[in-house]
Design a protein around this ligand. Structure first.
Ligand code: ZN
Length: 185
């Protein structure tokens, strides 16, 4: 027989304005992580900037019936610069959910204080001694791959959001521009 349910897990995402959306109510923590990861991998087109997985006690009376198991913060990726780099907790772990990039940072499971990072697309891995230096390592990796002449860009979250806003306002103009580019090319 299944054990009686004691907790449920709720993945929640939020926009910069604090508007929250629940992605579901799951009886298993693993399912909640799966739902969250599936969302993050498709979050590129959304305005979501933070996310969390909240555990709720069942049949609990009082104010402290829930707690955050994990939090996620959206940042620009040190490698591909897309806003698809999700940092977990207080710089505990991070991963780029852009499918063609997949850059990641994680503390080593067997050696506390050792941080590993990698860029699967380039089959590249590195070890360092802190989250920040792993982050720097990824940026250096990008700089190397960009030395072929690609321009570097590193939009902040705010810049990206205002860019989205601008895109919406000027979408017709952009269509027109690309049409005229096609003609002049
Ligand atoms: Zn990336």
């Amino acid at each position: 027989m299944d054990e009686p349910l004691k907790q449920v897990y709720v993945p929640v995402v939020a926009t910069p304005g604090g508007e929250k959306t629940q992605l579901g109510v799951l009886s298993s923590e693993q399912d909640a992580w799966d739902v969250m990861r599936a969302f993050l991998s498709k979050a590129g087109e959304t305005q979501v900037v933070t996310a969390s997985i909240v555990a709720w006690e069942i049949d609990f009376v009082g104010e402290e019936g829930s707690f955050e198991l994990a939090t996620f913060d959206r940042k620009s990726c040190p490698v591909c610069t897309e806003l698809s780099f999700w940092v977990e907790g207080e710089d505990e772990r991070a991963r780029c959910y852009y499918s063609r990039c997949g850059a990641w940072i994680e503390e080593n499971r067997f050696e506390p204080g050792r941080w590993d990072c990698g860029w699967p697309s380039a089959n590249w891995n590195k070890r360092s001694d802190s989250f920040e230096s792993a982050h720097k390592g990824l940026m250096e990796m990008r700089a190397k791959s960009n030395s072929a002449g690609m321009s570097e860009r590193m939009p902040s979250r705010e810049a990206w959001l205002s860019e989205k806003d601008r895109e919406r306002r000027t979408i017709q103009q952009k269509k027109f521009d690309s049409m005229s580019e096609d003609i002049t090319e």
